[in-house]
Structure formats: structure tokens, C-alpha cells
Design a protein around this ligand. Structure first.
Ligand SMILES: Cc1ncc(COP(=O)(O)O)c(C=O)c1O
Length: 372
């Protein structure tokens, strides 16, 4: 190791003067909530992912919740989803009283295994929330086929997958309702924020009403046609979103290059598996760089040693069914989803962001090699 200790964060947003200009423009306009920047942002985003409609919302979580409401997921329904994800992909329908059913993931892709999903379907199953974890596209076609055959609602949690491609087309373009998120660690950010893309005009209209307190199309500000939410994004954040979308191609290619550099720097290290490579049907959008430690490796010791060298890491991701509130509410315990649980014990996110430099990555790789 070099003598100088660095401080390398896990993530960092990629912002420039254009973003500042656009935000300032909105601040100076005095129109801070619903305004023209939202329309523009939605239009640019929809074009980017190849979906006819997009509705921007306050977060990825609120977008997922709205699709759960629109899908009618509620009391007495079971919804099948991935245990190896961020909690919001299950919480979104739990809010409505539906019961989570966790099907195990595929050890390679870390996404829902369609065979496990099929085995989990019961007469009470009402929907599937499929996640593109770490930006790797899920098995959309087999999952859609299951949904069509059993009359289920499909929600695609693409919160980590902006820019990913499935079977040669962008995630968002295939027809499934999808949600993207813009927390500052994501490929692009609006601070807080999210967007729902859909191919159904009816769903889009429902989204636009539900995010805005159930206000009716063409109705007054104090006329509420349905039980809605305040899940609006505002023009300030949408302006930032425009700046980010404008440079999304650059962002995605810088992240791709950074991932490739890690691939070279970490190749051949004992006790370490690198993220799954793309294939003809799956092109990952690089959200995080998550490695899998070998069975015998003490992850806590690796984390501590990296922290001592100023390298931030995170235990991405704990299995959702083993979170305290899930155990208490539903009685879930170890052994329910062995593949997910094994990944949860062994995976580790390394510092990864759009502007990460080769020097920092070399430093991380040396620190990791030493720790292993
Ligand atoms: C897979 C997944 N689903 C949902 C969310 C929720 O997004 P947000 O934090 O914007 O509510 C996130 C992001 O944190 C995520 O990674």
C-alpha cells in the first residue's frame, strides 16, 4: 500500500454548471412546484427509455406505491417479489395490505428466478414485483409470460437500472410499467425523486391524479376525484433531472469505463467474484460495483481493513425477509431463500461513482487485495 491514506466515498453525484443554471432558472421563475420543467423532464425521460408515457414522482418508493395502488394490490392478495433488493420493492404493496411472498433469486444474476416465482404462485397471487438489481435486467419475458398466464399485475422495479438493456432494447421500452429512482447514489439524480414509465394512457392518467392528491383531470385544485397522495416532484428537482438526462449518455459511458477498470484491476484475485458480465440479452447499467467474497472470507474483517485505509464499502444487500419488521409481521426466518441469504452474507459494494478516477480505483483494488 502507498503511505498516503485516501478517503474514497461509496458514491458521489455527478453535477455541473448546466445543472446549476437549470435549477437557478426555476428558482428565479418563482414557480417552484408543478411547472414546465416537470413536463420537459418527463418528455426527455420517456424518449430516453422508449416509453410513451412518464410521470415523475417524489421518489422511487412513491412510484412503486402508486403502481401497487393502480394494480389493486391489497388485503388478501399475495405479491411475489425478490428478497435480494432494497426494502421499497416489497414495502410498496405491504402499504396496501398485500402479503409479500419472497421467491429466491438466481445466484448468477441476483435477480428473481422465474422457476422459483412460478413455484410460489397460489390462487391468492395477484402480482409480481420484479427488480433489476444492481442495474442488471431481470428475466422480463418469462415473468411477463407467467403474469399473462395467471392474470397477474407486473411491476418492474427498475430503480437501479436506468440505461440497462434487455434483449436489445432499453429497460422501460418493453411494455411493463417500470419505476426509476434518482437518489444521489443513482446513475442520475434529482436529489430525491423518481419516475414511472408506462405504455398505458389510462395508467398514466391515474398516476398523474394519484401523485397529486387524487385531483381530477380538468378539475379544480380543491376537487378530489379519488384518494390520492402528495407524491409530486417539483420543478426545482425536475430542472436538475433535465440537466442530468442531457448528459446521461456521458454518465453511463463513464460508469461503464469505471466498471471495466475495476474488472481489470481485480481480475484473478483469490477469494473474490466479480459482477456478472453482460450477454446478448442483458446489458447492465452500472449502478454500483458489488463483488462477492469467497465462502471462507471474513467480510467484517475486510470491511474494517478497507475502512482503515479510508475506503468506504457497504453490505449490499441484506435479504428483505430477514429484516426485523418482516420477521415480526410474517414470521419469516433463515432458510426461506437460501441463495439470497448466501449472497447477503458475502456481497460487498466498493466505491463507485461516475467521476471515480483510475488512481482511486487502483488504491481500492490494492487495499482489497491486501485485506483478502
Ligand atoms: C431496487 C430499489 N427499489 C426502490 C428504491 C427506492 O427508491 P427511492 O429511494 O427513490 O425511494 C431503490 C432506491 O433506493 C432501489 O434501489
Amino acid at each position: 500500500m502507498s503511505l498516503e491514506t485516501r478517503n474514497i466515498p461509496l458514491s458521489s453525484p455527478y453535477l455541473d454548471e448546466r445543472d446549476e443554471e437549470l435549477v437557478l432558472e426555476v428558482l428565479r421563475s418563482g414557480r417552484l412546484s408543478l411547472g414546465p420543467a416537470i413536463d420537459r423532464f418527463e418528455q426527455l425521460f420517456a424518449e430516453k427509455v422508449g416509453a410513451p408515457y412518464a410521470a415523475a414522482v417524489s421518489s422511487g418508493t412513491s412510484g412503486l406505491h402508486l403502481l401497487s395502488v393502480i394494480g389493486g394490490l391489497g388485503e388478501g392478495d399475495e405479491v411475489i417479489t425478490s428478497p435480494y433488493s432494497f426494502v421499497a420493492s416489497a414495502n410498496c404493496f405491504v402499504y396496501e395490505g398485500a402479503t409479500p411472498v419472497f421467491a429466491d433469486v438466481d445466484a448468477r444474476t441476483m435477480n428473481l428466478d422465474p422457476a422459483a416465482v412460478e413455484a410460489a404462485i397460489t390462487p391468492r397471487t395477484k402480482g409480481i414485483v420484479a427488480v433489476d438489481i444492481f442495474g442488471y435486467p431481470c428475466e422480463l419475458d418469462p415473468l411477463r409470460e407467467l403474469c399473462e398466464r395467471h392474470g397477474l399485475v407486473l411491476i418492474q422495479d427498475a430503480c437501479e437500472a436506468l440505461g440497462a438493456e434487455y434483449k436489445g432494447r432499453p429497460v422501460g421500452s418493453h411494455g411493463a410499467d417500470a419505476v426509476f429512482a434518482f437518489y444521489p447514489n443513482k446513475q442520475m439524480t434529482t436529489g430525491e425523486g423518481g419516475i414511472v414509465t408506462t405504455h398505458s394512457e389510462e395508467t398514466w392518467k391515474a398516476l398523474v391524479s394519484l401523485r397529486n392528491q387524487g385531483r381530477a383531470d380538468g378539475g379544480g385544485w380543491l376537487d378530489h376525484a379519488r384518494l390520492g397522495f402528495n407524491y409530486r416532484i417539483d420543478d426545482v428537482r425536475a430542472a436538475l433531472g433535465i440537466g442530468q438526462i442531457e448528459k446521461l449518455d456521458t454518465i453511463l459511458s463513464l460508469r461503464q469505463a469505471a466498471a471495466a477498470r475495476y474488472g481489470e484491476l481485480l481480475a484473478g484475485l483469490d477469494g473474490l467474484e466479480l459482477p456478472l458480465a453482460d450477454d446478448a440479452d442483458h446489458v447492465r447499467s452500472w449502478f454500483v460495483y458489488v463483488v462477492t467474497l469467497g465462502q471462507g472470507v471474513d467480510r467484517e474483517r475486510v470491511i474494517d481493513e478497507l475502512a482503515r485505509q479510508g475506503v468506504a464499502t457497504s453490505r449490499y444487500l441484506p435479504s428483505i425477509h430477514l429484516q426485523a419488521y418482516m420477521r415480526e409481521r410474517y414470521g419469516f426466518s433463515e432458510g426461506l431463500c437460501p441463495v439470497s441469504e448466501d449472497l447477503s452474507r458475502r456481497t460487498l459494494a466498493l466505491p463507485f461513482f461516475t467521476a471515480i478516477g483510475e488512481d482511486d480505483q487502483r488504491y481500492v483494488a490494492e487495499a482489497l487485495a491486501a485485506a483478502l
